[in-house]
Design a protein around this ligand. Structure first.
Ligand SMILES: *Cc1c(COP(=O)(O)O)cnc(C)c1O
Length: 256
């Protein structure tokens, strides 16, 4: 299933309004919450449509998938114009940014450092060291979030909360990574429809971990949490980035 350009821009507009309403109720500023468009499993054209509607912050789960989409986008004339343009449209404004929000394998760190503006799923020192070396080779300082695994669910990636302090202490001195915050994905059951409230304790826990560690690591301010089904609770609990796929692009088709 694919949505047309009108619905992607309408979805973005509706979401900006919803975020503003939620913020008004919990006394936060909408400008403190970044809306990330998660374009995984959607074609490059959908991403371009969101870009043309003013969206600037994106997330993809897989290095390979973003590599092939970025090659497609590079061939689209309006993408080239768009990415050269200086206009800061409504939405996130500023430059195009693509974050890696899926697991990073050690053998993909070089490509990840090259293709992404930030990696939001760091969860081991070994990967951090490789990513640091790759970022150095690219001559860039890569912002990173540490993903924390807050549930025993086997399929979830991330560092254990008990190991977080040691991991942060080891990553902080790496000169080509900049620790920018924490990220989590609650267990699936916690984000399904009416049970969205079940995700709230995970958001509270992530915020608590950030608050515990930000004194030692002052750049660790970000909290990436909340998806299409539970972003309201995430904003109420302090999210600085919410990651929305379905709410912007519609259902993902896993058959192709
Ligand atoms: C797919 C995905 C999202 C977006 O999920 P939706 O429910 O479609 O909003 C957010 N974060 C991560 C890590 C994802 O893999």
């Amino acid at each position: 299933m694919s949505l047309n350009a009108t619905s992607i821009s309408a979805n973005l507009e509706r979401l900006h309004n919803q975020i503003a309403d939620i913020c008004a109720r919990c006394q936060r500023r909408p400008s403190d919450i970044a809306l990330m468009a998660v374009s995984k499993m959607h074609p490059a054209e959908a991403l371009l449509e969101a870009y043309e509607a003013g969206q600037r912050l994106f997330g993809e789960n897989r290095v390979q998938e973003w590599q092939s989409k970025s090659e497609t986008l590079a061939k689209l004339a309006n993408w080239t114009n768009a990415s050269r343009g200086t206009s800061s449209a409504a939405g996130s404004g500023g430059e195009f940014r693509m974050h890696l929000i899926g697991p990073l394998q050690n053998n993909k760190t070089t490509r990840a450092a090259k293709l992404f503006h930030a990696v939001d799923t760091l969860d081991s020192l070994k990967t951090a060291e490789r990513l640091n070396a790759a970022a150095l080779a690219q001559g860039k300082v890569l912002p990173v979030l540490v993903e924390v695994k807050l549930s025993p669910e086997a399929t979830k990636h991330g560092a254990a909360p008990e190991e977080l302090g040691a991991l942060l202490a080891a990553v902080a001195p790496l000169p080509n990574l900049r620790l920018s915050g924490l990220m989590t994905v609650p267990p699936l059951s916690a984000s399904a429809g009416e049970e969205a409230e079940l995700a709230r304790p995970y958001f509270q826990r992530l915020r608590g971990l950030r608050d515990e560690n930000v004194g030692r690591h002052p750049s660790l301010t970000g909290l990436s949490m909340g998806m299409s089904n539970d972003f309201q609770a995430a904003i109420e609990e302090g999210a600085t980035t919410i990651r929305l796929g379905t709410a912007i692009f519609g259902q993902r088709s896993y058959s192709t």
